[in-house]
Write a protein that binds this ligand. Structure first.
Ligand code: FAD
Length: 236
C-alpha cells in the first residue's frame, strides 16, 4: 500500500511517531502486529525496515509507528518527509498478539523503543474495556526518554485493570528530577509488582539483548516457555 504521511510527533527525547492516513482503505490488524516499510534510500538493507504498529485498531483512519531517531539514512529520510508524501507499507505481520484468555494477567516487560506494541495493546484493551489485568514494567535510562507517559497515565486513570510502573536506570544523568522507581527490571521488581506469577502471561519486547536477558530472568524465576511471548527488534 502507498500511504500518505499525515503527522509527525515527538514522543520523547529521541523517539518520534509517524502517522499514515488510510484514506478509506481498510487495514485490518491485531494489537501487537508490525508492518514493513520501504523508503527510497540506498543502504545495506535496501531501504526496508520493520516497525510494530504503535496505534491501536480502535484508532481509526490512520496507522502509526514510533521509532528511535538514530541518525541512519533511513531515519533521516523518514524525518525529512513532507506531510502528504507517500510511503510503501506492507502488512500486517506477526504473532506477538494479546492473549485471548483474560483470566490470566498480561505482564508487559520492556525498555526504550520496545514500548511500541504495548502502546497499541494497552490502548486497545482500554478502549474495548477488556476485562484483562495488565501490568506494564517500562524501563528507560532517563525520565526524558519515557514515550507515551501522559497517555499511559490517563489510561491508568480510566482503566482499573491497568498498572504502569516506570523505572529509570540512570537518573543521575538526567536534568529532570526523578522520584519514581529506579534500577533495571529484575526478579525483585517483578516479584514486587506481579502478585500471581503463575497465573500470568509475560510479554517481552525490545532489542534482542534486552529480550534475551529478560527471558533468562523469567526462566530462572520458574516461568515456563508457554507463558512467555517475545518480539525481538532485530536491527538494534
Ligand atoms: C518485528 C520488528 C518490529 C520492530 N519494531 C520497531 C519499532 O516499533 N520501532 C523501531 O524503532 N524499530 C523497530 N524495529 C527495528 C527496526 O526495523 C530497525 O532495525 C531499527 O529501527 C534500526 O534501524 P536504523 O535505520 O535506525 O538503524 P540501521 O541503519 O538499520 O542500523 C542498525 C544496526 O542493524 C544492523 N543491520 C544491518 N543489516 C541488517 C539486517 N538486514 N537486519 C538486521 N540488522 C541489520 C546494522 O549493521 C546496524 O548495526 C523492529 C524490528 C522488528 C524485527
Amino acid at each position: 500500500m502507498e500511504l500518505p504521511l499525515i503527522e509527525i510527533k515527538q514522543e520523547s527525547l529521541d523517539v518520534k511517531s509517524f502517522k499514515f492516513g488510510l484514506n478509506g482503505t481498510s487495514f485490518n490488524f491485531k494489537p501487537g502486529q508490525y508492518i514493513i516499510m520501504k523508503l527510497d534510500v540506498i543502504d545495506e538493507r535496501n531501504g526496508v525496515r520493520m516497525f510494530s504498529l504503535s496505534s491501536s485498531p480502535t484508532e481509526t483512519g490512520y496507522i502509526m509507528i514510533s521509532t528511535k531517531m538514530t541518525g541512519s539514512n533511513f531515519k533521516k529520510k523518514l524525518e525529512s518527509m513532507n506531510i502528504g508524501d507517500k510511503v510503501d507499507i506492507r502488512g500486517p505481520f506477526g504473532r506477538f498478539l494479546l492473549q485471548e484468555d483474560h483470566s490470566k494477567t498480561a505482564v508487559m516487560l520492556t525498555g526504550g523503543i520496545g514500548i511500541t506494541p504495548f502502546r497499541d495493546m494497552i490502548k486497545f484493551a482500554t478502549d474495548k474495556k477488556l476485562n484483562l489485568k495488565i501490568i506494564l514494567l517500562y524501563s528507560n535510562k532517563m525520565p526524558e526518554e519515557i514515550s507515551f507517559g501522559k497517555e499511559f497515565d490517563e489510561w491508568q486513570r480510566i482503566n482499573p485493570n491497568l498498572k504502569v510502573v516506570y523505572t529509570v536506570t540512570r537518573p543521575e544523568e538526567s536534568k529532570m528530577k526523578w522520584e519514581g522507581v529506579k534500577g533495571r527490571i529484575d526478579a525483585a521488581m517483578m516479584k514486587n509488582n506481579v502478585k500471581d506469577m503463575e497465573n500470568s502471561i509475560f510479554y517481552v519486547c525490545g532489542p534482542p539483548a534486552m529480550v534475551d536477558a529478560m527471558v533468562t530472568t523469567l526462566k530462572n524465576m520458574g516461568v515456563s516457555d508457554n507463558n512467555i511471548k517475545i518480539e525481538r527488534f532485530t536491527g538494534y
